[in-house]
Design a protein around this ligand. Structure first.
Ligand SMILES: *Cc1c(COP(=O)(O)O)cnc(C)c1O
Length: 420
């Protein structure tokens, strides 16, 4: 079922975004009333924000997000305590390089990273990938740092399994590196050369790839090249934040603004100290670097430390229970509609939180799952679920108070209106 979400992501990621933008600019959709978010006007704010709903004031429609921690919808709702420390962080000036080092040290302690490992707060997992690869290429050599993406004198290739290819490779290619696709162990052995900079592993690609996580790492280390693992959406469980470092992966990327509910524009690069340090040298605040455009502010750095602190202390069973109760509420409402079979799962990897699927008997409905989802998205309030083939899928990680009821009623109504 992860596939549904990923397809939705791909479909919406670029073209969906453009279409939505065009819709806002040219479509002239009427403003809608605010969904049941319970926002109150901020008493001390005049002008933008005076009503308590900045989006409505800007003429942008808010959505009920039953799809998950999707960047194109705003990721997740930041934890209030994270917001509070970001405000504290915003009151002072500090040397960003010192702050990054201290934040990395604190995160390494919180996570119990193995000796020789540390963490770097980046502007997201995509930034962790880009800067991590820059660091692999340049080390601490200032000439090479200035020269990227010109790879003269440097390694030029990254091995990746066919099943692990993704849009995030762009963050690798931006450094000048080329992707070399492999499938089998024999392919890897043939492809490895003195041009090989690293071996890339997309964590959620594990079930689909021929070479599994541990073997991939062994092959990289036998060849003496670093192994990078992209685990951006692979929290929870909390243990993943240290597991791949303990396994021996050299660099690992995580999103801070997905299920960890840190700052939306933050992520983590976890890895070997020398590589993480080299990544930082290629990154903002350092000028004349390829990563200067991936700025992370003092507020996000401090906020990310707080998000890690809270995330690892959180009772994930409780968090899950709340999500299941919301999904069960929706399922209960649909139970009496003929032609719907319900399945539930927690994906074993990536977006590892409760999800529910409603399978439509195509003989009983005169619309596809995708059409029904489009209707909900176009409705008021706008509700975003994932639809593909004859399956409507949703999760509850981003459903706010009262929204499960709204989704249940709207979905039941849409399904009934298409019942034959
Ligand atoms: C979300 C995601 C990213 C990008 O993460 P950001 O924190 O949004 O930059 C990269 N890789 C994978 C696998 C992801 O799911």
């Amino acid at each position: 079922m992860q596939k549904l979400i990923r397809e939705e992501m791909n479909r919406r990621g670029f073209l969906g975004g453009l279409a939505a933008l065009a819709g806002t600019m040219f479509g002239g959709e009427k403003l809608i009333g605010q969904a049941a978010t319970g926002a109150k006007p901020a008493a001390h704010v005049a002008g933008l924000g005076a009503s308590g709903n900045v989006y409505e004031e800007l003429g942008v429609q808010t959505v009920i997000n039953g799809q998950g921690t999707m960047t194109y919808l705003g990721g997740s709702i930041i934890r209030p305590e994270v917001e509070a420390v970001m405000k504290l962080a915003s009151q002072h000036f500090v040397r960003i390089m010192d702050l990054e080092a201290a934040a990395g040290k604190r995160i390494a302690q919180l996570l119990g990273l193995p000796a020789g490992y540390t963490a770097l707060v980046t502007s997201g997992a995509a930034s962790a990938i880009q800067n991590g690869y820059s660091g692999i290429l340049t080390g601490s050599n200032g000439k090479y740092i200035e020269q990227l993406p010109d790879l003269t004198g440097l390694k030029t290739e990254v091995l990746v399994q066919k099943a692990h290819r993704s849009g995030w490779e762009h963050q690798i290619r931006v450094t000048g590196l080329k992707m070399v696709e492999v499938e089998t162990v024999e392919d890897v052995k043939r492809a490895l050369s003195n041009r090989t900079a690293a071996m890339h592993f997309l964590n959620y690609g594990d079930p689909d790839g021929k070479i599994k996580r541990a073997e991939w790492l062994d092959l990289a280390h036998q060849a003496g090249v670093p192994a990078f693992l992209d685990a951006a959406a692979d929290t929870p469980p909390q243990s993943n934040l240290s597991a791949y470092a303990k396994m021996g992966y050299d660099l690992i990327s995580f999103s801070g603004g997905k299920a960890m509910r840190g700052p939306q524009c933050a992520g983590l690069l976890i890895g070997r100290e020398n590589l993480v340090h080299s990544a930082l040298l290629n990154m903002s605040p350092n000028e004349g670097t390829i990563g200067r455009a991936t700025k992370v502010g003092k507020e996000e750095i401090v906020g990310m430390v707080k998000a890690v602190e809270l995330f690892i202390a959180e009772n994930q069973d409780e968090v899950s229970k709340v999500q299941w109760s919301k999904l069960n509420l929706v399922a209960g409402k649909l139970a009496k509609i003929p032609g719907i079979t319900t399945t539930r799962d927690v994906p074993p990897i990536a977006n590892n939180f409760p999800a529910i699927q409603f399978h439509l008997d195509t003989a009983k409905f005169n619309a596809s799952a995708g059409q029904i989802c489009n209707e909900l998205a176009a409705g008021k309030p706008s509700i975003i679920l994932s639809g593909g083939g004859n399956v409507i899928e949703m999760n509850a990680i981003n459903l706010q108070a009262g929204e499960a009821e709204i989704v249940a009623n709207a979905l039941a109504k849409a399904l009934k209106s298409h019942s034959v």
